[in-house]
Ligand binder design. Structure first.
Ligand SMILES: [Zn+2]
Length: 413
């Protein structure tokens, strides 16, 4: 089989998808179920139709693009990623795994390959937590790790429910129907940019992921007392924002003192109310992300944050409500899928390194229902979630080549 990746076409398609944004290029903002997200989905689906593939969508908008194999009764092999993007993001996060997955299928077809198992490209809904506060919404529901009844009550910042948002975008039906039966896929592989600097620093073209770090996120609401910024004297204040500020420092301290550099903690959201220069903040709302490759160490940091929160709010005379949105276990990739990726790198003479994914991906949840692994390609300076995110055409093509090889091998098993 002579596999040829059409690098120029793939780069053109990535650029075109990147231009579908809620903001002007190079800024990519494509929040789930917005008009830009719907247009991005349509762009990808049109390319899939042109490639002669069949398309199915579920109630939450997860999209399944199938290349039917010689034995359609066998469990398919799947690949895929996401096309939604956080505000002010770049062109490659997620999209490389979606359009690269499509190109891998097209390259296999062009090489005359006929897979024994069907090969399915999955475009997951809302990998990013931007709108509903929870990441990997589509793959969580697919894997049965998120209760559909809980999910249907999610609301965005404007009070729009998940059910209303998905139906506006054209996705109806019961969320409970999204869950896939056990052993639905025989294997799952996701290609993604590394979103870290190691491959570039080590001058290694590909990363084979053996484990995915365990993420957790918290929401904290603080109720203090508002008042006039001139009239209320300092000893009499119960400033919600200052409590939030101390909690933010406790998050940093908790992560830094875990004893491992694998522990990271971030306060990514802090909204204050009423957000006026001459008004003492009466309310604050924080969203906190904590991750580690070891879930017990991660959970110890969560406890530290909760204790600090209790102490800080008591001392400052404010109230806090802490909600743990998710605390997921880490995923260990399936050895035979990892081995297949390794063999595929070797077949094409491409050096690789085994690594851990510190960002989490839909693979974290797919690993619960299918033997899964990931393939990383380098991105410039490890930068991601920024408009200057960049992966070279050569890296994208190399990753796609290895992905195609791995899909062919997995589909022949
Ligand atoms: Zn991603």
């Amino acid at each position: 089989m002579k596999l040829e990746i059409d690098r120029d076409r793939l780069v053109r398609e990535l650029d075109a998808l990147g231009a579908i944004s809620q903001e002007l290029p190079p800024v990519v903002t494509r929040v789930v179920f917005t008009e830009a997200d719907v247009r991005g989905r349509e762009f990808v689906k049109q390319l899939c139709r042109e490639a002669g593939l069949t398309i199915r969508e579920d109630a939450v908008g997860n999209t399944f693009v199938r290349w039917i194999g010689e034995n359609p009764g066998l469990e398919p092999v799947a690949t895929g990623s996401h096309i939604d993007a956080i505000p002010n993001a770049g062109r490659f996060d997620g999209t490389v795994g979606v359009l690269g997955g499509l190109e891998a299928i097209r390259a296999l077809a062009k090489a005359g390959h006929r897979p024994r198992r069907s090969i399915e490209l999955v475009i997951f809904t809302s990998e990013e937590p931007t709108r509903f506060g929870i990441g990997c919404l589509g793959s969580r529901l697919m894997s049965g790790l998120l209760d559909p009844a809980t999910a249907s009550h999610y609301k965005d910042r404007d009070g729009v429910s998940l059910d209303d948002a998905r139906s506006t975008a054209g996705f109806q039906g019961l969320l409970s129907s999204v869950r896939l039966p056990p052993a639905y896929y025989s294997a799952f592989v996701e290609m993604h940019i590394e979103q870290g600097p190691l491959l570039e620093q080590h001058k290694v073209p590909l990363g084979v992921v053996t484990a995915i770090a365990a993420p957790a996120s918290l929401k904290i609401r603080i109720e203090g007392e508002g008042g006039h910024a001139g009239a209320v004297l300092m000893p009499d204040r119960h400033d919600a924002f200052l409590a939030a500020a101390e909690i933010a420092l406790a998050v940093e301290q908790g992560a830094r003192s875990s004893g491992s550099r694998d522990t990271v903690g971030t306060v990514g959201v802090c909204d204050i109310f009423p957000s006026a220069v001459n008004s003492i903040p009466s309310r604050a709302r924080m969203e906190i992300d904590v991750r580690d490759t070891d879930d017990s160490r991660r959970d110890a940091v969560l406890r530290t944050i909760e204790q600090a929160c209790a102490e800080i709010t008591r001392r400052r005379g404010v109230q806090a409500h802490v909600e743990i949105v998710n605390a997921d276990p880490p995923a260990h990739c399936a050895p035979h899928v990892v081995d297949t990726l390794v063999e595929s790198c070797e077949t094409h003479g491409l050096p690789f390194e085994r690594m851990i994914s510190r960002a989490y991906h839909d693979s974290l949840f797919m690993a619960r229902i299918a033997p899964a692994a990931m393939l990383f390609i380098p991105c410039r300076d490890g930068v991601s979630h920024r408009p200057d995110e960049y992966a070279s055409p050569e890296s994208i093509a190399q990753g796609t080549l290895v992905l195609a090889e791995a899909l062919a091998r997995l589909a022949s098993q």
